[in-house]
Design a binder for this molecule. Structure first.
Ligand SMILES: C[C@@](CO)(OP(=O)(O)O)[C@H](O)COP(=O)(O)OP(=O)(O)OC[C@H]1O[C@@H](n2ccc(N)nc2=O)[C@H](O)[C@@H]1O
Ligand SMILES: Nc1ncnc2c1ncn2[C@@H]1O[C@H](COP(=O)(O)OP(=O)(O)O)[C@@H](O)[C@H]1O
Length: 269
């Protein structure tokens, strides 16, 4: 069985406090974007993992698809499978592609082997694989709290809008980005702000707390954001810990020529 793990952008990202377990409490709105990897899981005589497209850095055994399989295999005595991942999404990009692959491996295994795991059980397993993973067990925008795994529905919608993602050839480590932050409580919760204001007003209201320190270290990212606004974006921001920037537009917008040496994706929602 095949699935298409999508990526996400973060509409706003407030880092609220540092936790005793070393993670940070945050609030964000995860929004799914239909730019995807391709993932196949089929029953097999012996376990095998194959991978094409962009090579995934690190040891193969650390691939989140394998980690996801091992997690369910140990709990539910799964038979062997063959997993194939075709990697399209940029990595370490603030787009959560690896987290999505992990969650979609769980979802495929649940379906292929009729495990009948509830959405809450799937989200619980996903959260063991990464803070962002639980979101990808859903297919709709969600507010994320806790370390990102406490999810609640939101009415925020980007329907009829167009998104441009720009990924410069810069890598920002998530752990490093968190280390540069001084957490603080905002005056108004992100959920309230997102529901109260139209996209056009978010520029003054909604922010990503990582931008300040990450932009200082990589000024190119600030200039990409400014260029997105200059090209007509209603709202532009960095996604997650970077380095992808996104712009939300009223009409189809293709900016590859504006960012010739960067990876650009654009599409409707
Ligand atoms: C920043 C965010 C925002 O959506 O996304 P990305 O930029 O990675 O896409 C996420 O919080 C990334 O979540 P995820 O990539 O799943 O993180 P994990 O693997 O759980 O943790 C990687 C490292 O990030 C830090 N971390 C992560 C989540 C969190 N709430 N607090 C943290 O301090 C920890 O140092 C941890 O060791
Ligand atoms: N299936 C996978 N796809 C992408 N990255 C993976 C995967 N499995 C493990 N990783 C590791 O996770 C790191 C970052 O993952 P990714 O989700 O792309 O980051 P981000 O959430 O910042 O976009 C990679 O550099 C890689 O070492």
């Amino acid at each position: 069985m095949v699935s298409f793990p999508p990526c996400k952008i973060n509409l706003g990202l407030n880092i609220l406090s540092k936790r005793p377990d070393g993670y940070h409490n945050l609030e964000t709105c995860f929004y799914p974007i239909p730019w995807t990897d391709i993932l196949e899981v089929i029953p097999a005589d012996r376990f095998a993992f194959t991978q094409t497209g962009h090579p995934v850095p690190g040891k193969e055994a650390d691939n989140l698809c394998i980690k996801a399989y091992e997690l369910l295999r140990d709990k539910h005595h799964l038979p062997a499978v063959k997993i194939h991942l075709h990697k399209i999404l940029p990595m370490g990009a603030g787009l959560g592609g690896g987290s999505s692959d992990a969650a979609h491996t769980l979802r495929l295994l649940n379906t292929v082997f009729h495990l009948q795991l509830s959405p809450a059980q799937l989200a619980g397993y996903a959260a063991q694989l990464g803070s962002d993973c639980a979101f990808f067990t859903q297919d709709q925008p969600m507010l994320g709290e806790g370390r990102g795994e406490v999810l609640s529905p939101t009415t925020v919608t980007l329907q009829k809008k167009f998104i441009v993602l720009v990924k410069p050839d810069i890598h920002v480590s998530t752990a490093e980005a968190y280390a540069g932050i001084t957490p603080r409580q905002p005056e108004q919760s992100l959920g309230t702000l997102l529901s109260r204001y139209p996209v056009e007003a978010w520029r003054e209201q909604i922010k990503n707390d990582f931008e300040e320190t990450v932009f200082k270290k990589h000024p190119t990212l600030q200039s990409v954001k400014e260029k997105l606004y200059a090209s007509g974006a209603l709202y532009a921001s960095m996604s997650g810990s970077g380095a992808t920037l996104f712009g939300i537009f009223d009409k189809p917008t293709n900016l590859q020529t504006s960012f010739p040496d960067m990876t650009v994706w654009s599409g409707g929602i």
